[in-house]
Design a protein around this ligand. Structure first.
Ligand SMILES: NC(=O)c1ccc[n+]([C@@H]2O[C@H](COP(=O)([O-])OP(=O)(O)OC[C@H]3O[C@@H](n4cnc5c(N)ncnc54)[C@H](OP(=O)(O)O)[C@@H]3O)[C@@H](O)[C@H]2O)c1
Length: 295
């Protein structure tokens, strides 16, 4: 009879996010004491209730951390030019340091084109092409939030990454590709041998089965099963799909039995991703105030 007992150590994201947010709150207080009020602007387009809810949560959190958070809500009928005009206004406002466009945006609009209008230094998602280029070159930049969150999560829980074999399932622009760049960088919390697999690698389990750290970044519910995991490996669930409000992770729960450590289905990578957004906003404000590099 097979056992369903969980043996893996859990790697929750909540404590990591709390630590990062405490550092951000401290940094914001220092900036305010120096006469700078950091501001994270938010933009919401359309009437999607879930997106409106996410923006409200981020605005509340921004206020708690001490950020000003100017907000613009555009109607679903807004044109691409309307959205660009809002972003251009924020670019031109010296009092705004970070800008967040809640995505997805309504179908007729192009998020990637809008992103290119944004000042790369205000891009708190770290997704602007200039910031992706900086990441590839190892230059200082706002880092993409989920990949940076995964590096922070592993470091917080004392999971060694340097010199180890990391396999990332998925090469998407949000997660897999930037994560591979990040974890291959020369830094004690990275410095890994990274392999990226995708639909072009038919026998991808051949790679995942040898991974010491396996990151699921596909957005295909349940795609990672115990037979894809090396016994004792660290498994990070980054990919998720939402069906309504239901969250469907890439990592099947039965992987708990094979992994040595694993992120929980809920409260894993997600909270750290949000914390990284605020860290990027603080860095943008510090840099605009000429205080980059300060603790
Ligand atoms: N937890 C969080 O806070 C958070 C934040 C951001 C994103 N995410 C999640 O991260 C996931 C990835 O997002 P993304 O935008 O980076 O990627 P994406 O553009 O959705 O691409 C998915 C990747 O997975 C690969 N893939 C899909 N099905 C596969 C299969 N059956 N076998 C092998 N590879 C497969 C695709 O391969 P091909 O390239 O060959 O098509 C592609 O590279 C999404 O689920 C997203 O929701 C989570």
């Amino acid at each position: 009879m097979s056992t369903t007992m969980t043996t893996a150590r859990l790697l929750p994201g909540g404590p990591v996010a709390e630590m990062i947010l405490a550092e951000v709150a401290d940094g914001v207080a220092r900036l305010r004491a120096a006469g700078v009020t950091p501001a994270l602007a938010t933009v919401l387009v359309g009437d999607d209730e879930a997106s409106a809810g996410y923006i409200r949560i981020k605005q509340r959190q921004a206020a708690e951390l001490g950020f000003d958070s100017p907000h613009v809500r555009l109607p679903a009928s807004a044109s691409q030019a309307d959205l660009h005009a809002v972003l251009a206004d924020f670019n031109a406002d010296p009092g705004v340091h970070g800008v967040l466009v809640q995505h997805p945006i309504p179908g007729g609009l192009d998020y990637d084109r809008a992103l290119q209008v944004l000042d790369p230094d205000s891009d708190v998602d770290g997704m602007h092409p200039v910031n992706m280029g900086r990441l590839a070159l190892g230059l200082p930049a706002p880092l993409p939030c989920t990949p940076a969150g995964i590096e922070a999560l592993l470091a917080f829980h004392g999971v060694p990454v340097s010199g180890r074999e990391v396999v990332v399932l998925g090469r998407g622009a949000t997660l897999g590709r930037p994560l591979a760049l990040l974890l291959a960088q020369k830094r004690p919390t990275a410095n890994a041998a990274v392999t990226v697999v995708h639909t072009g690698v038919a026998d991808w389990p051949r790679y995942t089965r040898r991974a010491e750290i396996l990151v699921a970044a596909a957005g295909v519910p349940g795609i990672v099963r115990p037979e894809h995991v090396r016994p004792g490996a660290v498994v990070v669930g980054g990919g998720v799909r939402y069906e309504g409000r239901r969250l469907l992770p890439d990592v099947d729960p039965s992987c708990d039995r094979v992994a040595g450590a694993i992120t929980p289905r809920v409260g894993g990578v997600g909270p750290v991703t949000v914390a990284m957004l605020f860290r990027n906003a603080l860095r943008a404000a510090r840099s605009a105030a000429g205080l980059a590099g300060q603790p």
